[in-house]
Design a protein around this ligand. Structure first.
Ligand code: NAP
Length: 309
């Protein structure tokens, strides 16, 4: 890499928001590179089947859709560098990004770093990852074929994970701290109909029971305080996401949950820096909304590069 090269745009993160930005930028004739630490797709690549992205009438798996988005952007000249971003100076001119593969410079930056699974924050959670504690049913579910698993959470992720696992595991116990699901209605009926799925309402996981690997969980009823032990082989924690904003903390305005403050324009508190997809404040975090953000960011960046706001 030419160390002094200044890109028109650096996209940080190769999920659907990132690669849509790269596609639009490349088609607009901008010199654009995507910095991706592992492989294309972000959280999308962990999704077994995506049925709500238009154009794929039979559904598509996340990895394939990610590859298609990458190839489409690269067809128009977007580049991908597999590099972990370690530090950014977004106020510098040009903007500077230090990575595992050297320093990159650009006139504009699109942040598409997404959000990672949130942890429960209970004792031994970290130590038991891969030994009974998991955060992604699409990735780790197959290990629990014919076994008993607990899913924690009441949102769309927990509902989707519980349904997926009900087709693999012997028994699924969905533990939610309230008495109704937050998940959209589309999940309710299939969940009620799954014969091997039971609900534990008003309950939280108080303790992970283990002997080297997970053997069960201790649940606490949030209303009565009563504790019960449930033997199980795995616990899937699906309690939401936390935005990947560590690298921009102190540089960009964040909202109270830590997401980058940016409206529909994707503009952040710094000129020439745009936030797309799950990492920004928004009402609905989906592949389709991330992709839309990517297109908008390039539109705004083109205005900026031509001397506008
Ligand atoms: P979410 O909608 O924020 O739901 C998180 C769930 O976890 C809530 O039910 C919450 O309980 C519970 N929770 C949070 N912290 C907890 C804790 N410490 N202990 C126990 N429970 C806790 O998160 P998500 O389900 O991961 O979804 C994230 C985004 O991705 C959403 O915008 C969602 O729509 C989207 N998504 C969509 C799909 C789809 O449409 N197919 C699939 C997956 C994700 P409360 O209800 O009490 O707050």
């Amino acid at each position: 890499m030419n160390k002094m090269h200044v890109y028109d745009m650096i996209v940080v993160g190769g999920g659907p928001g990132g690669y849509t930005a790269a596609l639009y930028a490349a088609r607009a004739g901008l010199d654009v590179v995507v910095l991706e630490k592992l492989s294309a797709g972000g959280q999308m690549a962990l999704t077994e089947e995506i049925d709500n992205y238009p154009g794929f009438e039979a559904g598509i798996d996340g990895i394939t859709l990610a590859e298609k988005m990458q190839q489409q952007a690269e067809r128009f000249g977007a580049k991908t560098e597999y590099a972990q971003v370690e530090r950014m100076d977004l106020s510098a001119v040009p903007k500077l990004l230090e990575t595992s593969e050297g320093t990159f410079y650009a006139r504009t930056v699109v942040l598409a770093t997404g959000a990672n699974p949130r942890e429960l924050g209970i004792a031994d959670e970290d130590a038991l990852v891969g030994r009974g504690v998991a955060y992604c049913a699409a990735c780790d579910g197959m290990r629990y074929r014919g076994k008993t698993v607990v899913v924690v959470g009441g949102g769309n992720s927990a509902a989707a994970d519980a349904l997926l696992l009900s087709r693999i595991a012997k028994q699924v116990i969905l533990v939610h701290r309230r008495d109704t699901l937050r998940a959209t209605k589309v999940y309710h009926e299939p969940l009620m109909q799954a014969e091997n799925l039971e609900f534990r309402w008003n309950s939280t996981v108080a303790e992970l029971l283990h002997e080297g690997k997970l053997t069960g969980v201790k649940l606490k009823d949030v209303k009565t305080g009563e504790e019960t032990e449930i033997p199980c082989d795995g616990v899937f924690i699906s309690v939401g996401r936390k935005p990947a904003t560590e690298l921009v903390r102190g540089q960009l305005e964040l909202d109270k949950s830590g997401y980058v403050a940016a409206d529909e324009t994707t503009r952040t508190s710094l000129p020439g820096v745009y936030a797309v997809g799950d990492v920004r404040t928004k009402p609905l975090r989906q592949v389709v909304t991330a992709a839309a953000d990517g297109a908008t960011a390039v539109h705004m960046a083109e205005e900026f590069l031509s001397g506008g706001a």
